[in-house]
Design a protein around this ligand. Structure first.
Ligand SMILES: [Zn+2]
Length: 197
């Protein structure tokens, strides 16, 4: 499908939202198209979404239960593999170490290769819960070694990569020699000065 080339390599997608309805209203259609293409999608909601109902007769716990039911029903319709709710109260989310650790644990547990979340640095991101979810989701990615990295650390003799440098997208480039390493750094600096990755 035209416009979907960016997602060609996505196999396991995790989406970190703040509230039940974030995923569904912001990217539900895209998620449905991806699951139809065989992508495994996981949904994470940091808060219970337990405030903000038009029906004032619902208690906060009652509203939370309704939101959880709605999330499950939406997941069934969209073909989402599994939903997680981290149970924080709506409107009070902060990017705490605890939240970051909970999200990082889900990255490992799901084996996700791709993350979608809110951009916490976008100036228009005025909902504090959205900023906090995005910040914790981004921070939780740090130090998520892949299998090759873990094997290299366990069996250093089997690897001849001695140097690494971080790219602006969080990936690393490894080199066998210091000369190669310096050349990589120069290349990264040139690219970043042109605004490339
Ligand atoms: Zn929201």
């Amino acid at each position: 499908m035209k416009g979907f080339e960016a997602f060609d390599e996505v196999q396991r997608l995790i989406i970190v939202g703040a509230h039940p309805d974030d995923l569904e209203t912001i990217c539900g259609g895209t998620v449905s198209l991806l699951t139809q293409r065989g992508v495994t999608v996981f949904s994470v909601n940091c808060t219970l979404g337990d405030i903000g109902a038009r029906d004032g007769s619902l208690s906060r716990p009652g509203l939370a239960v309704a939101r959880l039911d709605e999330t499950e029903e939406a997941a069934r319709v969209l073909g989402i593999e599994h939903t997680y709710n981290l149970g924080y109260p709506d409107g009070e989310l902060v990017a705490s170490l605890e939240l970051r650790a909970q999200i990082a644990r889900l990255y490992r547990h799901t084996g996700a290769d791709t993350l979608w979340t809110f951009d916490p640095f976008w100036a228009g991101q005025i909902h504090p819960d959205h900023r906090a979810a995005g910040q914790a989701a981004l921070d939780g990615q740090t130090n998520q070694p892949n299998t090759a990295s873990i094997l290299a650390a366990l069996y250093p003799d089997a690897s001849d990569f001695y140097y690494f440098v971080a790219r602006s997208d969080g990936h690393h480039i490894f080199s066998r020699s210091y000369r190669e390493h310096l050349a990589t750094i120069r290349e990264i600096r040139t690219k970043s000065s042109r605004g490339e990755r």
